[in-house]
Design a protein around this ligand. Sequence first.
Ligand code: GLU
Length: 309
Amino acid sequence: MDDLQALVDDIHREIAAHTERGKVADYIPQLAAVDPAHFGIAVATVDGREFVAGNADTPFSIQSVSKVFTLTLALGTVGDRLWNRVGREPSGTPFNSIVQLELEHGKPRNPFINAGAIAVADVLLAGHRPKEAIGEIVQFVRFLAGDETIVIDDRVARSETETGFRNFALAQFMRSFGKLDHPAEHVLGVYFHHCALAMTCRQLAHSGLFLAAGGRNPATGRTVVSRDRARRINALMLTCGHYDGSGDFAYRVGLPGKSGVGGGILAIAPGRASVAVWSPGLNRNGNSLLGSLALEMLAQRTGWSIFGA
Ligand code: GLU
C-alpha cells in the first residue's frame, strides 16, 4: 500500500458517516462523559513514517490497553515465572468475570482479563510502595512512546477507585486463594492508575512499535524485549486481547490487538506497523465498535493480516 495517508483519510471519512457508534462505557463515571463522536487513527511504520487522521492527538483513557505494557514490564521483572501466577489461554468470558476464577482456584486465565492484570499488578508491586510501582509504569510507557509528556488522568483513577467494586471483589477473591501477595487496596491502586493513563493515538502507536519490530523500537533505537518475547506478547494479544470477542477480532482483522473500555485499540502488524485507533462507543463485548471496523478496513486494504499471503 503506497499511499497510507490517503487510506487513513478514507477510513476516517467512512467512519465519520456511521451513525451507529456503540455505547460509551458508563460503569466508570468519568468515562461516561466522553463524547462518542470522537474518532482517531495513527499508524507508525517500522521504517519511521507516521500517518494520522481524525482526533489522533486527543488524549483518551487507554484503560486495558495498558495491560500490554504492564505485562511487558512484569515479564522483564520475573521472566517466565509470571506464568505460575497467570495463564495464557483465552478466557471466552467477559473482561470482569468472576465465575472462571472460582473454578480455576484463583489463577486467572490470561494477563489481559481484569483478574490477570490484577495479578500482574501484584507482581509489579513487589519491593515497592504503590506510588513507586505506578511511577515505574509511567516511566516505562514514556520510554516506549519516546514521549515524556504522558501522564495519568487522576480523575479517571479516582472515579474507578470509588466505583470499581467488581475489581475489588476479584482481588479479594484471589487473595482468599492465596494468589495475591499484597493487600487488595494496594494492588488495585496500581491497577486503576495504569488503566487511567491518558494517551493520544499517535503516542499509543509509537509505544507499540517495539512489538511490530521484533522487540526494538526503531524510532528510538532502543531494545525493549527480545525478538522471542515480542512474538509471544503478540500471540497473547491475538488470542486474548479482546476478551470474549478475541476470536471475532482475529477473524475480522487478523492482527494482534488489545482493546480498552475507553474505546482505544492498539493493533500490531508485525514487520510493518503499530496502529492505534480510538472511538469511545463499545460493542457488546466491551470493545470499540468503530475502532474494530476501522482496523478491519485497514487490514483488508493493506493486506496486513497475519493470516494472509
Ligand atoms: N479499568 C477497567 C476495569 O477494570 C479496564 C477494563 C477494560 O478496559 O477492558 O474495568
